[in-house]
Design a protein around this ligand. Structure first.
Ligand code: NAD
Length: 498
């Protein structure tokens, strides 16, 4: 059995007396590895080395750190297929999808290569007579990142390249469900020139997370995962005087207007609802159709399109999406299907009877569509995180927008229409962090910032882009003068500008 351990101070290690957790191939249901679950003492060791390594790393010139990022980008590109394979094997998503997520992660490293430009401060000459003022952005120290199972390459890359390029040291605590890709990415960072101790991996569960939250030497925590845990991380981190950005779950709506083009809308819904088995925080899980005629034609188009979808293991090049990540998660999603039916929604596409020869123990679920979903149903209120799309029918756009604005989660939302006035109104009035018009998944590129509103983000900063740089740096403002002429003696009143 493969044993996955820790990477601390540039060295991979395993320990026979560590607690472990299982890692499965979700397509076969077989355990393929065991991952060590770090103890509080393991985390303390990682923090000690990261704290020591911070001194030299933060003292380097920004361009020196950027050059390491350039080398890292090159290495990630050379190893992209290997990394995608690691993602697919433990997560279950198709290879092209996994490769896409690795490439979106590499875009953050490209952004990090240009961070010296964003570390520049502002300068004001002559703020008082002969007095100048400027500010500088300085790194925080040891930062930690806690990441979810659904993007084992991309989400860690949202965090540590930005933190490192700003001069911080970092401890990554990846999901224990698919730990191999993050570990390999950190190995490659060392090959690229990241010094030992600057970037460390502690694999683990709640014990490791709590140890990071309680260690006063950890100055900032970045988290991506479900909303209840995001809220916990935010409160615990803040109580321990840390800076926290904690991204949570999602229930992303698409409003479909009567003037939306049917084929494009159906294709957009199919890809965003069922791609990666719906295990994406930017997946569309609710289509709000304005008017019954709109709802009928979109539902019919969806039913036709879903009947042609291929569900299969990542080794099948024709698969459109793969299994869910764990048996427990599959059971949770199946529970939502029961609850939707009990609460009166109409299950018009039922993917439960799927069976794949040779993969009978895999965690597969065919595409599922509920029509006539109502806003008081559990399947509307809660994130399902599976290949399940709900159709809500409404008579008018204003009501559709209110649904979005009243939902507890506020990650992404999109509008399909050919009316520019409605589109503009939507972009301005949606109470949501990431909005789109006629795009299925409005994910910001690396040099913009990614983050939701409401219970999809706890904290003040979203990730990567300029917000990422603000999160991983603190602002210092300097005021100076070079004395000339006579010393005027002490002044006891607050100086005012003339
Ligand atoms: P999760 O919240 O279960 O786990 C996330 C991380 O927290 C993991 O590293 C896990 O080990 C750790 N963790 C789990 N339980 C903990 C506890 N009780 N105390 C401390 N740490 C704990 O999330 P997941 O199932 O891995 O990922 C899926 C979730 O992530 C979905 O809700 C999805 O919407 C969300 N997500 C959000 C975004 C975003 O950008 N907003 C992106 C990707 C995923």
């Amino acid at each position: 059995m493969i044993r996955i351990g820790q990477l601390i101070n540039g060295e991979k290690s395993t320990s026979s007396d560590s607690r472990t957790g299982p890692v499965f191939n979700p397509a076969t249901g077989q355990q393929i590895a065991e991952v060590e679950l770090a103890s509080t003492a393991d985390v303390a060791e990682a923090v000690t080395v990261a704290d020591a390594a911070f001194i030299e790393w933060s003292g380097r010139t920004p361009i020196n750190r950027a050059r390491v990022m350039f080398c890292y980008k090159q290495l990630l590109e050379e190893h992209a297929h290997e990394l995608a394979e690691l993602v697919s094997r433990e997560h279950g998503k198709t290879l092209p999808d996994a490769l896409g997520s690795v490439k979106r992660g590499i875009e953050i490293v490209e952004f990090a290569c240009g961070i010296p430009q964003l570390l520049k401060g502002e300068y004001s000459a002559n703020v008082g007579s002969g007095v100048d003022s400027f500010n500088m952005r300085q790194p925080l120290g040891v930062c930690a990142g806690i990441t979810p199972f659904n993007f084992p390459a991309m989400v860690p890359l949202w965090m540590f390249p930005v933190a490192l390029a700003c001069g911080n040291s970092f401890i990554l605590k990846p999901s224990e469900k698919d730990p191999s890709c993050p570990l390999r990415m950190v190995e490659l960072a060392h090959e690229a020139g990241v010094p030992p101790g600057v970037l460390n991996v502690v694999n683990g569960d709640k014990e490791a997370v709590d140890a990071l939250l309680q260690d006063h030497r950890v100055k900032a925590v970045s988290f991506v995962g479900s909303s209840p845990i995001a809220q916990y991380i935010y409160h615990q981190g803040a109580a321990n005087n840390k800076r926290v950005q904690a991204l949570g779950g999602a229930k992303n709506h698409m409003i479909v207007m009567p003037d939306a083009e049917t084929d494009r809308t159906v294709d957009a819904l199919i890809g965003s609802a069922f791609g990666s088995a719906g295990e994406r925080c930017m997946a569309i899980s609710i289509a709000v159709c304005v008017g019954d005629k709109t709802a009928d034609r979109i539902r019919d188009g969806l039913l036709e399109a879903t009947s042609k979808l291929n569900v299969g293991p990542y080794t099948d090049p024709d698969a459109d999406y793969g299994p869910l990540n764990t048996k427990a998660h599959l059971n949770k999603v199946l529970g939502y299907l029961d609850s939707g039916e009990q609460e009166g929604a109409k299950l018009v596409a039922d993917g439960r009877d799927i069976s794949l020869q040779g993969y009978e123990e895999g965690y597969f679920l065919g595409p599922c569509i509920f029509d006539h979903v109502k806003t008081d149903m559990t399947i509307y209120k809660e994130e399902i995180f599976g290949p399940v799309l709900g159709i809500v029918r409404t008579d008018e756009y204003g009501e559709a927008l209110s649904m979005i604005n009243n939902h507890a989660l506020g990650n992404g939302a999109t509008l399909f229409t050919s009316n520019g006035g409605v589109a503009r109104h939507f972009l301005e009035r949606a109470n949501i962090g990431m909005v789109g018009v006629n795009v299925p998944i409005p994910v910001p590129v690396a040099y913009h910032s990614f983050g939701g509103w409401k219970q999809s983000l706890f904290g003040d900063h979203s990730m990567h882009g300029p917000e990422g740089v603000r999160f991983y740096t603190k602002l210092k403002t300097a005021t100076l003068t070079w004395p000339a002429g006579e010393n005027a003696g002490p002044e006891f009143s607050i100086p005012v500008l003339s």
